[in-house]
Design a binder for this molecule. Structure first.
Ligand SMILES: NC(=O)c1ccc[n+]([C@@H]2O[C@H](COP(=O)([O-])OP(=O)(O)OC[C@H]3O[C@@H](n4cnc5c(N)ncnc54)[C@H](O)[C@@H]3O)[C@@H](O)[C@H]2O)c1
Ligand SMILES: O=C[C@H](O)CS(=O)(=O)O
Length: 473
């Protein structure tokens, strides 16, 4: 598949191209445009020109077009999933799951568009009225990562266009083809020219162009904490409204009252989906010392069953990592842990295939000073440590600059609540390994981000509050 830029409802070719590589085979699967400042400005101009007509449509009119886009995504789900597996690596069934998850943000926000309510507030003077309106923030820049190439786009674009904003999107250069396929379907759905524009290429140049542009009133970013901080600094010069969904380092806390079968079952999906490259992946496990041996036994039994390979093959649970740097980072975390005394509870059997594969690994005898206990690994490595008291585990889980997701497994309601309340995280999965869903608030505390996506919170991020003070004379 070869894509072109999508600007103002047209497909715009560029001379320079990006070769898109399959991380499972290292073969080219297609190409995408490599654009820079000039095209980034054209996209903003298109979004600005489309804004007055789009925000003037009724919520019902916008909703109808978003629902049409949703319908076309569902009709094309197998095609999109295949493109995703080819360029990103995740197993095909998982890719299909992501397409459905991505689509769910469109139905949710098509409905939510109709519930952008203002308020009236009782005034202090008899001749005055206080009216509060919600209005679209304007042109939005959406910058998204490679790990969820479809859902991270619709989770932003769904609420943005439902609110009446227009968008310029820069997906990751590792996974541009999924993004351009979504744009093609938005076009087919009749979303007007300029409402949604997609540009790929020189990430730094495109980013700087949009961040410096006064016409862009909002930036919604999902990606690393490093780039999030950079964008936040750049946003300051034009005082842009900013939402950041950044890195995580999720603790998975297993108390002595936990149902171990449920705990292990719920652990496998979030830890190993996308080969461990999910922002809310459990990154470190704290198990109560009294049940540690039983937990490790049950966990390793399950991990041994996981099959690593090309995501297009039947029965594969874990695909490749996205690139060589990702493999090196995971191996570095692993080596650091082994050098500091960690032990392999499952054998480390390197995969002979050509792609960026890393086998799943469980580590015991882990200590809090190891890299994997301090930073996001973004790979299929499971470090397991023990704890004794509730206060201790809360303190250790919170001792990080991150605060995206945390998990608590407990059947003791009091203990479960004390831990959940004490955790400095935006999302707590309480006996639940998969908390993300379109209607719930998703986002982090501390250096994991600012703002929330999902639910009614997600659309608020694209709305301005306007207060009208009416004097009746
Ligand atoms: N909190 C969340 O909801 C969430 C969701 C998914 C991923 N993530 C995080 O994303 C990270 C992995 O994604 P990644 O490697 O693609 O992150 P990244 O920060 O490298 O890239 C994210 C996006 O930013 C762009 N980018 C990079 N440098 C830029 C610059 N100087 N100016 C403008 N744009 C720039 C990239 O091209 C990409 O489109 C992980 O840390 C993960 O935890 C967070
Ligand atoms: O990588 C992070 C995501 O936000 C994925 S999900 O929303 O948890 O599925």
């Amino acid at each position: 598949m070869d894509a072109n830029l999508y600007i103002n409802g047209e497909w715009v070719p560029t001379e320079k191209r990006i070769t898109v590589e399959n991380p499972a085979t290292l073969e080219a699967v297609g190409s995408a445009p490599y654009a820079g400042k000039e095209e980034a400005l054209l996209a903003v101009a298109a979004a600005e020109a489309a804004l007055p007509a789009w925000r003037s449509k009724t919520a019902n009119e916008r909703a109808a077009l978003i629902l049409k886009w949703h319908q076309l995504i569902i009709e094309n789900k197998e095609t999109i999933a295949r493109i995703m597996t080819l360029e990103q690596g995740k197993p095909l069934q998982e890719a299909l799951g992501e397409v459905m998850y991505a689509a769910s943000f469109l139905t949710w926000y098509a409905e939510e568009a109709k519930r952008v309510y203002g308020q009236t507030v009782p005034a202090s003077a008899p001749n005055k009225r206080i009216l509060v309106l919600k209005q679209p923030v304007g042109v939005v820049a959406a910058i998204t990562p490679w790990n969820f190439p479809a859902a991270m786009i619709t989770r932003k674009v769904g609420p943005a266009i439902a609110a009446g904003c227009t968008v310029v999107i820069k997906p990751s250069e590792y996974t541009p083809l999924t993004a351009y396929k979504l744009a093609e379907l938005a076009h087919e759905a009749g979303i007007p020219a300029g409402v949604l524009n997609v540009v790929t290429g020189n990430e730094k140049e495109i980013g700087e162009t949009w961040m410096a542009d006064e016409r862009v009133r909002k930036v919604s970013f999902t990606g690393s904490t490093r780039v999030g901080k950079l964008l936040m600094r750049q946003a300051a010069d034009t005082v842009k409204n900013i939402s950041l969904e950044l890195g995580g380092h999720a603790p998975y806390i297993i108390t002595k009252s936990a149902n171990l079968d449920l705990t292990v079952k719920e652990f496998i999906a979030p830890k190993f989906r996308n080969a461990g490259q999910t922002c809310i992946c459990p990154n470190r496990v704290y198990v109560h010392e009294s049940i540690r041996d039983r937990f490790v036994q049950q966990l390793t039994d399950e991990v041994r069953k996981l099959k690593v390979g090309n995501g297009l093959e039947e029965g594969v649970n874990i695909g490749p990592l996205i690139n060589k740097a990702a493999v090196e980072k995971v191996q570095n975390h692993l080596q650091d842990a082994l050098d500091k005394g960690a032990k392999l509870a499952t054998p480390y059997e390197p995969i002979s295939a050509k792609g960026y594969f890393v086998p799943p690994v469980v580590l015991t005898d882990v200590s809090d000073d190891m890299l994997c206990m301090r930073e996001e690994t973004f790979g299929p490595v499971v470090p397991v440590v023990t704890y004794r008291t509730t206060e201790e585990v809360i303190e250790r889980a919170n001792k990080t600059r991150y605060g995206l997701a945390a998990y608590v497994f407990s059947q003791d309601i009091q203990e479960a609540f004390v831990i959940s309340e004490g955790l400095e995280y935006g999302i707590v999965g309480l006996n639940d390994g998969l908390p993300a869903t379109a209607q719930a608030p998703f986002g982090g505390m501390k250096e994991s981000g600012i703002g929330r996506e999902g639910g009614h919170w997600g659309i608020e991020e694209f709305l301005e509050v306007k207060y009208i003070s009416l004097n009746l004379g």
